[in-house]
Write a protein that binds this ligand. Structure first.
Ligand SMILES: Nc1ncnc2c1ncn2[C@@H]1O[C@H](COP(=O)(O)OP(=O)(O)OP(=O)(O)O)[C@@H](O)[C@H]1O
Ligand SMILES: O=P(O)(O)OC[C@@]1(O)O[C@H](CO)[C@@H](O)[C@@H]1O
Length: 309
């Protein structure tokens, strides 16, 4: 079972405005609500791809109830830890460009935090623990690390998809897989990552440090995959981009689903890029059929290891 842990879930309020004017009264053409947060997106896609998954994390208030009812509607298992506070709402404004306003996390008490650690202590060696998204500031700095240690003691495989300080904090735990985008990688290392060669070079260093699989996504420019054996680059097909929210999460979901199904990592990477693009071309997360349609249009090539050293 792939457990996704979203410490700071959100209701994503996706609003479309024809010609947004800052400081003026804008009327939206459409507004949609989605159960959001990185782990929740990953679980929703895993379910669509046919993998066993369960979403865990903190949920509270009417927004927490909305997320649970949406997951129930889609048949996604969940086991959230209830909190007193109210799960945030994240605004995704689409008006030519995409603008995001992600809300603040509710305060998580020590007792609530301990209850989630208990859930991760019930994982087994057949399970994965994916930790995705931001970490509420009320939690101790080493909280996500505690979850990883707890799950690892039970033999679970760990995947990390956080950014900023949280990612830096968790790299020494040597996750099985990470998928930063090139901006997150630049921020992490304080150096610009703009090309596939630069991405491959940095990813190789992370692999040498003990992480098993790294995908660096670069939006419409493609993505780089590095593990101990090889370095690959994939370029996505062109298409009409409708929504990139959750595109990265779709990559993570497809990579885990295909590794779980026994595929070699570079083949799982090919599916990951297809899933990311299929979501970018859809209004919501993509479907399995959409991933299959995009798959043959993704160009994948092996890069020389020497070029990355
Ligand atoms: N313009 C685009 N055209 C085709 N595919 C795209 C485009 N933008 C994103 N994608 C697909 O989505 C994947 C992930 O995109 P990106 O690098 O923006 O991830 P991300 O920043 O983690 O996304 P998010 O945090 O919004 O989920 C890319 O590797 C690619 O497959
Ligand atoms: O604020 P965080 O936790 O970093 O990111 C949260 C978020 O932007 O990530 C998902 C897309 O990846 C959205 O569903 C959600 O709103």
């Amino acid at each position: 079972m792939i457990y996704t842990c979203t410490l700071n879930p959100a209701v994503d309020y996706v609003v479309r405005v024809e010609d947004f004017q800052a400081g003026g009264l804008n009327r939206s053409e459409s507004a949609d609500l989605y159960a959001g947060g990185k782990g929740i997106n990953v679980s929703r896609l895993l379910k669509r791809l046919g993998s066993d998954t369960c979403a865990i994390g903190f949920a509270g208030g009417f927004t927490g109830d909305f997320i649970k009812s949406e997951l129930d509607r889609e048949g996604v298992f969940h086991r959230f830890t209830s909190v007193n506070g109210t799960t945030r709402i994240n605004v995704k404004l689409k008006s030519g460009t995409e603008t995001e306003i992600n809300g603040p996390a509710p305060v998580i008490s020590e007792e609530e935090a301990n209850r989630l650690v208990q859930v991760t202590s019930e994982l087994t060696e057949r399970d994965w623990l994916h930790i995705g998204g931001s970490v509420p500031s009320s939690l101790p700095a080493d909280y996500a690390g505690t979850l990883i240690d707890t799950a690892r003691k039970k033999g679970a495989r760990v995947v990390v998809d956080t950014s900023g300080a949280a990612l830096k904090e968790l790299l020494p735990y040597n996750p099985f897989f990470i998928k930063p985008n090139h901006h997150e990688l630049s921020e992490l290392l304080g150096t610009d990552v703009n090309t596939k060669e630069e991405a491959a070079l940095i990813a190789k260093k992370l692999i040498d440090g003990g992480i098993e699989n790294v995908i660096v996504s670069m939006g419409g420019e493609g993505a780089v995959f590095v593990n101990k054996e090889s370095v690959y680059f994939a370029s996505p097909p062109t298409g009409t981009v409708k929504n990139t929210v959750g595109a990265g999460d779709s990559m993570v979901a497809a990579f885990m689903a295909k590794i779980e199904a026994g595929l070699e990592p570079h083949k799982a990477f090919h599916w990951a890029v297809a899933a990311g693009s299929a979501t970018a071309f859809s209004d919501d997360l993509c479907t399995k059929a959409e991933v299959e349609q995009v798959y043959s249009r993704v160009k994948i090539m092996k890069l020389e290891q020497e070029g990355t050293q």
